[in-house]
Structures are given as structure tokens and as C-alpha cells.
Design a protein around this ligand. Structure first.
Ligand code: PLP
Ligand code: LYS
Length: 419
């Protein structure tokens, strides 16, 4: 591994720790599986973005979908974060966590009327509109509510982000955004609607980007449009460039937030635009791990399996994207390593958390799946009637429970028998 992706998870005296707490102590107190986050690591990544943008008009909107735990959102709200939401559920989470509505942007290709109404009622900063149909729907809802909706158009620049196809969003065939060639006309339409206030432009080309090139290509196209609009009398006040900066899960080398921001600033030089960003993964991914216990070891001809108590319902990324996240033994053993597939108990052959990982293991051992702070718990489900797991936040030598493990009764609490 040639990046410092394991931080803040480090070994002391032969035991994996996060900050000053041994993961064995967390497992003993909160059981497994369990998501473990480092407060310091989240704050540090937030500050990396914030300080890179210091001294210029800016709004960094954490993408709530990456990690929507209230304590995480509250931590970021206290640091002055804005939030990028994609549903009224995320909106209510941000408000419950103390987020400022004036720092919320609302993305997504399909916003329901009740979602638009609630966002208008609380007075969010901007609606990132993704189609002509949504623009007219928003204008109509705003008229019914007696409000003026602040908008940006999310443009699709048709740029290949070079990432997994499921998380590339800026290609012409993608459902996201408005084809950049049609956007100019739609801006004129929007500017003529009294229920809308045209404030900015938005673009997000994909997630887990490892290279600045596609960002630059997209920004170049977006700025050409900004200039054409300005010449036509539509002066935009902000440019929201979305999220997407990648992280190191094993051996990747993504640009740092400072390098990323510097590249954007260079292209934006001389312009009077507030820069907004919507990072998700880059703020929280490496701050979290999924702690799991080996239930049993099992060998078949040609294969060794470590069956653990976490599964694809707890951490979907390996199954869904063949994502590779580093897995560390909490208390490493000496001996001859064996190559294991780390699998969960779910009844799917796609239920694996890691493949071909060399370990010296025994039943009962603890493993930490790193890089799980983003799109980990937030993508979890109850598949196979598995209760969703606990989340804890480590702060120095303190451990705070920030979400209780669901009980078995929680699993069917909302279900009704036929009369
Ligand atoms: C509109 C939008 N903004 C922000 C993000 C956050 O992306 P990331 O977690 O890659 O920073 C996403 C997810 O890809 C998104 O769709
Ligand atoms: N869920 C994806 C990222 C999705 C980005 C959302 N637009 C992942 O885990 O990598």
C-alpha cells in the first residue's frame, strides 16, 4: 500500500486503534458489525477543502448521501458546512442536525412536489435543476407557494470522468443534468419566469475521480457557457462544480483537495463567481471503517473463505461496483498467511467484502474494512432481515454511540397484516 489511506487507523502495541481507542474495546462495548468514524479525520478533511478556498467567496456543501448520520452532519454544520441534498429526507436530516437552510443546495433528477414545497418553505440556497420539465414544475410549485425559487441549471458537459460506469454522471447518455448545448436556451426561458431567480450554474461529472483532466475539461465547457450567458445579459453569481474528488482506498493517488481547488481556481481566475463544491467521499471515506468479526473459516477445494458477521447489506460497494477496500486485522497474528475471500452470511454469491486477501486468521478475530466512512452505512439495507448496525464516533479517547443497532423488532415495525 503506497498511500496513507489507513490513517486514522493505526497500530499501537500490536492492536489496531482509531485515534486513541483500540478497536477491540469498541467491539467489546458495541458489538460487531459496527461502523467506526474518527471525528478528527472528518474535521481534517473538511478543513482541507475549506482552507484551500480561504479568502474567496465559497460554499462547500457536503454531499449528504455519502454519510447522512445526524452526528456527522452536525459536526460539519458546526464547522460552517453547507449541504448538498437529493431528497426531503436528507433535507430534514440536515435541519435536524442544525444545518442552515441558506447553505443547502438540492440536486437530483426527480424531485417530487412535496419535496420542492418543503425546500421552498425553509428557504434553501439553490435548486439544481436537471431538466426542462423540472424547471417548469418548480416554477409552478413556487407560484402556488407564493415564493421565488433560486435556481442553477445542472449542465451535462459530455465528459468521460474515467470512473466506474455506475458513478459516471457527465456523459451524454447519462440521466443527469441538461445537455450543455440546450442549456443556453433553457436559461433564457428560466430568466423570463417570474417565479424563478437565476443564480448559478451546476455541474457534477462523477464520483471517485483520480485525475484532474476530466474536471478541467468539464469546467472549460461550463465556462464557455457562462461567458455566452453573460454576453446575453444573464450574469450568474455562482458556479457549483459538484463533488467527485476521489480517495485512496488501497494504492490510488488522487489529487489532494488543495491541488484540486488550485486547478479550478486557475481556470476561474479573473471571474466574479462564488465557487461552490459538493464533496462527499473525499470528506468522510477514509475517516470510517466497518468493524466485523470472523464467524468461521471454511475451505472448499481451491478456496478459503473467512465468513464474517458483516455482509453486502451493511457495505454494498464491493458487491455493487467490485470496489476494493483495504481490510486490516485488528490484532495481527504471526504465521503463514492464507489467501481468503472475506464473505458475509447473505444468500448471494455477490456477497463479498474482499477477495484474495492474505491473512493469518482464526474464528473470532476482528477485521476492519477501511474506507467505509462514505457510501457505507448510507447505502446499507435490511436485506435478509438483517438489522442495520451501530455507528460510533471516536473523539480522542472517547467513543460516542451515534446510531443504535436496530433491533429485530425494528425490522418489521412498519409492516401490517391483512385484515
Ligand atoms: C450531484 C452530486 N453532488 C455531489 C456528489 C458527491 O460526490 P462525491 O462523493 O464523489 O464527492 C454526487 C455523487 O456522485 C452527486 O451526484
Ligand atoms: N455510491 C457510490 C458513489 C455514488 C455517488 C453518487 N452520485 C460509491 O459508493 O462509490
Amino acid at each position: 500500500m503506497n498511500c496513507n489511506h489507513a490513517e486514522p487507523f493505526t497500530y499501537h502495541n500490536g492492536q489496531l486503534h482509531v485515534e486513541q481507542v483500540a478497536l477491540t474495546a469498541i467491539a467489546a462495548e458495541f458489538d460487531t458489525p459496527c461502523y467506526v468514524y474518527s471525528r478528527a479525520a472528518i474535521e481534517q478533511q473538511w478543513l482541507a477543502f475549506d482552507s484551500a478556498l480561504a479568502g474567496q467567496p465559497r460554499l462547500i456543501c457536503f454531499a449528504v448521501k455519502a454519510n447522512s448520520n445526524l452526528a456527522v452532519l452536525n459536526l460539519l454544520a458546526r464547522l460552517g458546512a453547507g449541504f448538498d441534498i437529493v431528497s426531503v429526507g436528507e433535507l430534514e436530516r440536515v435541519l435536524a442536525a442544525g444545518g442552515n437552510p441558506q447553505r443547502i443546495v438540492f440536486s437530483g433528477v426527480g424531485k417530487r412536489e412535496d419535496e420542492l414545497r418543503r425546500a421552498l418553505e425553509v428557504g434553501i440556497r439553490c435548486f439544481n435543476v436537471e431538466s426542462a420539465a423540472e424547471l417548469d414544475q418548480l416554477a409552478a410549485v413556487a407560484a402556488r407557494c407564493g415564493k421565488i425559487a433560486p435556481i442553477a441549471l445542472r449542465v451535462n458537459p459530455d465528459v468521460d470522468a474515467g470512473t466506474h460506469p455506475y458513478i459516471a454522471t457527465g456523459l451524454a447518455q447519462s440521466k443527469f443534468g441538461i445537455d450543455i448545448a440546450s442549456a443556453e436556451q433553457l436559461y433564457h426561458h428560466a430568466a423570463a419566469l417570474p417565479q424563478l431567480s437565476v443564480c448559478g450554474i451546476d455541474c457534477h461529472i462523477g464520483s471517485q475521480l483520480m485525475d484532474l483532466t476530466p474536471f478541467i475539461a468539464a469546467l472549460t465547457r461550463v465556462l464557455l457557457l457562462v461567458d455566452r450567458l453573460s454576453a446575453a445579459g444573464i450574469a450568474l453569481r455562482h458556479l457549483d462544480f459538484g463533488g467527485g474528488l476521489g480517495v485512496c482506498y488501497t494504492t490510488e493517488h488522487p489529487p489532494t483537495p488543495a491541488e484540486y481547488v488550485a486547478a479550478l481556481q486557475y481556470q476561474l481566475r479573473g471571474r466574479d463567481l462564488e465557487l461552490m463544491l459538493e464533496p462527499g467521499r473525499a470528506i468522510v471515506a477514509t475517516a470510517g471503517a466497518l468493524l466485523t468479526r470472523v464467524e468461521l473459516l471454511k475451505s472448499t477445494p481451491g478456496h478459503h473463505f473467512a465468513v464474517v458477521d458483516a455482509a453486502m447489506n451493511d457495505l454494498l460497494r464491493p458487491a455493487l461496483y467490485h470496489a476494493v477496500q483495504d481490510i486490516l486485522p485488528v490484532t495481527p497474528r504471526s504465521g503463514q498467511p492464507i489467501s481468503y475471500d472475506i464473505v458475509g452470511p447473505v444468500c448471494e454469491s455477490g456477497d463479498f467484502l474482499g477477495k484474495h486477501r492474505a491473512f493469518v486468521l482464526q474464528a473470532g478475530d476482528l477485521l476492519a474494512i477501511l474506507g467505509s466512512g462514505a457510501y457505507g452505512f448510507s447505502m446499507s439495507s435490511n436485506y435478509n432481515s438483517r438489522p442495520r448496525v451501530a455507528e460510533v464516533m471516536v473523539d480522542g479517547d472517547q467513543v460516542h454511540l451515534i446510531r443504535r443497532r436496530e433491533t429485530i423488532a425494528d425490522l418489521f415495525a412498519h409492516e401490517l397484516l391483512l385484515p
